[in-house]
Design a protein around this ligand. Sequence first.
Ligand SMILES: *[C@@H]1O[C@H](CO)[C@@H](O)[C@H](O)[C@H]1NC(C)=O
Ligand SMILES: *[C@@H]1O[C@H](CO)[C@@H](O)[C@H](O)[C@H]1NC(C)=O
Ligand SMILES: *[C@@H]1O[C@H](CO)[C@@H](O)[C@H](O)[C@H]1NC(C)=O
Length: 402
Amino acid sequence: MKITALVSLAAAVLAITDASPINRRPHGGVGHSVAHKGHSIPLTRNPHFKHNTKAQMAKLNKRYPGINILASGSGSVPLTDAPTDLEYYGTVSIGTPAQDVKLDFDTGSSDIWFPSSDCTTDACKKHTQFDSSKSSTFKKDGRSWNISYGDGSTASGILGSDVVSVGGVSVQQTIGLATDESSQFGSGPSDGLFGLAFDSIESVSGVKTFMDNAIAAGVLTKPVVSVFLPSVRRNGGTGGEYLFGDIDTSKYTGDLTYVPVSQPGYWQIAIDGVTAGGKDLGESSQGIVDTGTTLVIVSDAAAKAIHATIQGSTNDPNNGWLVPCTLKNSTDNISFKLGGTDFNVPLADLAYEDLGDGSGNCVSGVQGGQDLWILGDVFIKNNYCVFSQTDSPSIGIAPLKY
Ligand SMILES: *[C@@H]1O[C@H](CO)[C@@H](O)[C@H](O)[C@H]1NC(C)=O
Ligand SMILES: *[C@@H]1O[C@H](CO)[C@@H](O)[C@H](O)[C@H]1NC(C)=O
Ligand SMILES: *[C@@H]1O[C@H](CO)[C@@H](O)[C@H](O)[C@H]1NC(C)=O
């Protein structure tokens, strides 16, 4: 769920609580406030991006014929942090010659889609529209396609296939070309979504995901996508990246704890405990690690237990859980136990966004209403996550280092 502008907070919070695990995701970008316009942070190329990897590998291939080292690599996609840590997107190239679209990378869904040049709705027209007739590698598919998210937003159109390229890693990929989009997408900062969950939750069954295809083609050094989400509070929202095919060990402290995926579909894991105010709250659940959801969403009971440890917090029927904005100065944490390790979320990040009504209250970064909990960006921007798609998939997690 992407909680966005102040004006849409109430609706957005309600939408999260409606999020069914099936058509789950309140998608990104519901009504960005005017106050935020022009504040978007320019793309910064990641310093770890290796332009010359392919040339180096070609040399190695000549030396070791028979071993196709060229086939394997990694690709880094620098991220833009849509203020304030609302949604993170990066540039993806589609077709030949490449047409660039800005996509919201989403580990909570599996489809890759963006507006088609055939789409005439207002929402489409506000974004980059892909023109398949200008791509020599585009292949028709013909099947119709549609997706709906937990906030009621929808998109539909037809499937096609083309070269999809992230940070230099390319595969021929089935894509959704939207010819109709609900209005919520018009105001969102990204053109569309790049799903990173498993193929079993593709909208059209039988479609393989980008990671499925990249792994099968052997173009990745490791079958992983590693995520570093920055935070405006901690580092100005700069340097974020999705690293396809490798792990950036400079981005975290200590070792990664690999938590087994309990049910592939979403990136679903067991959450074995929650600590807040220095005590174990006796709460546990299955949950998903979802880059496409802005906040952390837990059950009503867990949200109540967490906020009971935060003085001055209230549950407002219109805005959900509120906390005093003074929490921004706190150095304390709450933590989630995953794979035997406690992972911190600073209380400072629970003061997610000032209500702006002079009450001194902030919308809490933790909300209730989900029995399948969602560890969204409020969690991920504090903990490096490696989505590892081996035969026994797991998520490697370690505290983030800025
Ligand atoms: C959406 O797609 C599903 C699965 O392909 C299909 O059964 C359904 O009829 C479609 N719905 C609409 C409104 O097009
Ligand atoms: C945080 O502390 C500083 C210094 O005491 C103060 O000026 C500021 O208003 C505080 N911020 C919040 C959100 O309470
Ligand atoms: C809160 O978490 C951070 C990051 O894990 C840690 O460095 C810090 O010491 C924790 N604060 C407290 C009061 O334990």
